[in-house]
Design a protein around this ligand. Structure first.
Ligand SMILES: NC(=O)NCCC[C@H](N)C(=O)O
Length: 323
């Protein structure tokens, strides 16, 4: 019997295909297999007051307490170590000189097997170029981008089974807020892209100047954890009925309500490796105790320097594959 050889080209394509990343994200907590973790290297030092694009960074620039690069690098290394411990594949962005690349979450996001490139704040636009080496490992037909007037950042987007939750700002003064990053046009495109899911938007409280009154993204005031729990901050929501919808959805006894001080410290911005394992900041004593009381293993890391830029663990991670 003749043995038919596969042409060399086929080996190349087939082998490459095997190495392609098979995206899969349907929620916030299923076992994580592959993630992009931002980087604090070459982040450009302390910005000028007029360069700040969130009120907490502004506060620290003015107070001369803006975080130092070497401290933030160490904090992010601690997170990478946790990923290594759990066998999670970690990608890092390529370095852009003098550019903040910590908060990878916002530059794109995965729903099902689709990678959506964000239409991010123009000050942060270059961050997307730095993950091109990851995007080339994804089927190009699975990468999309909405028209540029549909503003959307990954921190505002949370797929959860049949739902996609989206933080927005619906006020007529949207353009006045540098911290309003997702609009209703993007919600419309999301719904058209995922017709089988229910896209539910939440109007968030915004302040350019007061970080205690600013829900920069949805993940700054809400996040599901474990099998059935959620961390929530009522004042982050402008519409009481939208906040109440989340309380009812998760059921009141499963909600961990955080104070405005805890929101300011970014307690809702922890990150799940699985329903049983959460990476959290080591100073979040009340939250970490509650998580443990629910049978969840808490992997504590130091992240209080990065938190000075109004982002934490969810903000600095972009999950590609969960089981
Ligand atoms: N998902 C997030 O909440 N990301 C945090 C981004 C913080 C950054 N300083 C920004 O304003 O874009």
């Amino acid at each position: 019997m003749a043995i038919v050889q596969k042409p060399a080209l086929c080996f190349y394509i087939c082998d490459n295909f095997n190495f392609m990343i098979k995206l899969n994200i349907n929620d916030e907590t299923s076992r994580l297999r592959s993630v992009i973790l931002g980087t604090a290297k070459t982040n450009g030092g302390t910005p000028a007051v007029e360069e700040a694009y969130d009120p907490k960074s502004l506060l620290h620039i003015k107070a001369n307490t803006y975080p130092k690069e070497e401290d933030m690098i160490q904090e992010m290394e601690a997170v990478e170590e946790v990923f290594n411990k759990y066998g999670v594949q970690v990608f890092r962005p390529k370095l852009i000189d003098n550019y903040n690349q910590i908060f990878t979450r916002d530059i794109g996001f995965v729903i099902d097997d689709i990678f959506i490139k964000a239409n991010i704040l123009p000050d942060r636009e270059q961050e997307i170029e730095a993950i091109e080496h990851v995007l080339t490992q994804i089927d190009p037909e699975r990468i999309i981008r909405f028209p540029e007037e549909a503003h959307i950042e990954g921190g505002d987007v949370m797929p959860l089974g049949d739902y996609i939750f989206v933080g927005v700002y619906r006020g007529p003064d949207y353009a006045d807020y540098i911290i309003a990053r997702t609009n209703m046009l993007a919600v419309k495109y999301l719904q058209e892209t995922f017709p089988e899911k229910q896209v539910k938007s939440f109007n968030l409280r915004k302040s350019n100047t007061n970080p205690y009154e600013n829900a920069l993204h949805l993940d700054c005031c809400f996040q599901p954890v474990g099998e059935k729990y959620a961390i929530l901050h009522k004042n982050g929501f402008l519409e009481e009925e939208e906040y109440q919808w989340l309380v009812d959805h998760f059921e009141p006894e499963n909600i961990f309500e955080i104070t405005s001080e805890e929101m300011f410290s970014m307690n809702s911005n922890v990150f799940s490796i699985s329903p049983k394992v959460v990476i959290s900041e080591r100073n979040f004593t009340r939250l970490n105790t509650w998580l443990r009381s629910k049978g969840i293993t808490v992997e504590e890391v130091p992240y209080s320097e990065i938190s000075k830029q109004e982002g934490l663990l969810r903000c600095s991670t972009l999950p590609l594959v969960r089981e």
